[in-house]
Each structure stands twice: as structure tokens, then as C-alpha cells.
Design a protein around this ligand. Structure first.
Ligand code: ADP
Ligand code: ADP
Length: 220
């Protein structure tokens, strides 16, 4: 579970995220929907610790404001997969598992390959993957260490529309099967409503309203 209270991220005079309060329950997928420049990326970067912030961030009840990025148990998936090109698919997925017994790593990688629909592809070079496949590997890599919270920053926006529509349904299934607690930001209305349990509407750094897709669609 993640609880944000009055979370604020600023760049000098620019307030990119303005006193956002938000709770995402364990196992819930929350989408944040808003136009380019409304502060979606800054919010995620603040949560994960890539930008300084004020207010508070609780992960499973503990404040992580002063915890370094790599100890926050927060995973992140970016717009571009950013895979390690010198490692194969399995090597990418295993990245966050270093230090565990080899057998355990192999079993977890096999499980994750199946989860994201890439069975048997562990030894493929990542340079031969399609965009959709690369994002599946990035997702598996982020899920591997079982983060408390997974943040996804427009993970499908580099793909074309047909692939995006297909993958957004798959993505929801994968996140649910992984029992992930996720915050998913996008400027794409259909994607937000397909992927999420609840959707938050952002503009000008503020979280304006939050509701289930049914609740939001019912409003005038
Ligand atoms: P979104 O992800 O919704 O497109 P961003 O979080 O990227 O929005 O940007 C929110 C605001 O913060 C915008 O006004 C943007 O220009 C500004 N901003 C983002 N990153 C920086 C930065 N590194 N330095 C200064 N201003 C920034
Ligand atoms: P996924 O990751 O959902 O499996 P892929 O990107 O791997 O999607 O694509 C699945 C199949 O569709 C592959 O055979 C691939 O060659 C093909 N494909 C990939 N991108 C496109 C596209 N933009 N339009 C049509 N077919 C595509």
C-alpha cells in the first residue's frame, strides 16, 4: 500500500506536483490521467526518490522520504524499456535478483517469463525484441524483486495504437496476476480506463478527482 500526503515536487519556481493526497491499496491499480505537463512524471519521480519532494510518502505504513532510492522497494517502468543490451532476456529479468541462490533466480525468471507471455525466450538477445516484447521484459524485470509498489510512467506510449490497445488489456492481467500495487500514469483516456481499478484526474500539478471508471463515467 502507498499513502501520499501533501506530496509536492518543485523545480525552482515551478510547482510540478501540488500537495497531492492519494492512497493506493495493496493489490490495487491506480491510473493517473492528465495532459502532458500536468506533473505525472514528476509525481512518480518524487515517489521513487529521483526528485526531492516535500509532504510524506508511506510505503506499507513506513515513511520513505529519507530512504535512498534503491531501498524503497518501489519498482519503476518507463516509456522506453531501457533494457541492458549486453544481457539476454533472462539476464535483464534477473537483474534485481543478484545475491539469491542460482536455482531460485532461475525459477523466478521462468515464472516471470510465463507471467508476461514470453515463455522460452530467456536466451533471446534483447536487441532482437519488438517494442511490445521489450516492454514485457521491462515489466518482468521490475516485478522480479517483488516491489511493494510498481510505478509505470506511460509504459505503452512509445508503441503504435493497435499494439497499445492490445497490450493495455494484457498489462492489467499481468499486474493482477502479480498482485502488484501499481500507480500507472498516462495521458490516454482509454488506456487509463482499461488498466485501472480507480482513475485519478490530474491537471496543473493537482489531483482533481479520483474514482472507479464507472463512477467517473457516471458524472456529467
Ligand atoms: P507530465 O509527466 O504530466 O508530462 P511533468 O511532470 O513532466 O509532466 O512536468 C510537470 C511540470 O514540471 C511541467 O511544467 C514541466 O515543464 C516541469 N518540469 C518537468 N521536469 C522538469 C525539470 N527537470 N526542470 C524544470 N522543470 C521541469
Ligand atoms: P506483443 O509484445 O504484444 O507480443 P509484439 O510487438 O511482439 O507484441 O508483436 C506481436 C506480433 O505482431 C509479432 O509477430 C510482430 O512482428 C507483429 N507486430 C509488431 N509490431 C507490429 C505493428 N506495429 N503492426 C503490426 N504487427 C506488428
Amino acid at each position: 500500500m502507498i499513502e501520499l500526503s501533501s506530496l509536492t515536487v518543485s523545480y525552482g519556481e515551478t510547482v510540478a506536483v501540488d500537495r497531492v493526497d492519494l492512497t493506493v491499496k495493496t493489490g490495487e491499480i491506480m491510473a493517473l490521467l492528465g495532459p502532458s505537463g500536468c506533473g505525472k512524471s514528476s509525481l512518480l519521480r518524487g515517489i521513487v526518490g529521483l526528485e526531492p519532494s516535500t509532504g510524506d510518502i508511506l510505503v506499507d505504513g513506513k515513511s520513505v522520504q529519507n530512504v535512498p532510492v534503491h531501498l524503497r522497494r518501489i519498482g519503476m517502468v518507463f516509456q522506453e524499456a531501457q533494457l541492458f543490451t549486453h544481457r539476454d532476456v533472462a539476464g535483464n529479468i534477473a537483474y534485481g535478483l543478484r545475491g539469491l541462490p542460482k536455482k531460485e533466480i532461475a525459477a523466478r525468471v521462468t515464472e516471470l517469463l510465463a507471467l508476461v507471455g514470453l515463455e522460452g525466450m530467456g536466451e533471446r538477445s534483447v536487441t532482437t525484441l519488438s517494442g511490445g516484447q521489450a516492454q514485457r521484459v521491462a515489466l518482468a524485470r521490475s516485478l522480479a524483486p517483488r516491489p511493494s509498489v510498481l510505478l509505470l510512467d506511460e509504459p505503452l506510449s512509445a508503441l503504435d495504437r493497435v499494439l497499445r490497445e492490445r497490450l493495455s488489456g494484457d498489462l492489467r492481467e499481468i499486474l493482477k496476476a502479480a498482485e502488484a500495487t501499481a500507480v500507472y500514469v498516462t495521458h490516454d483516456h482509454d488506456e487509463a480506463f482499461t488498466v485501472a481499478d480507480r482513475v485519478g484526474i490530474m491537471d496543473f500539478g493537482k489531483l482533481l478527482q479520483v474514482g472507479t471508471p464507472a463512477e467517473l463515467l457516471a458524472r456529467p
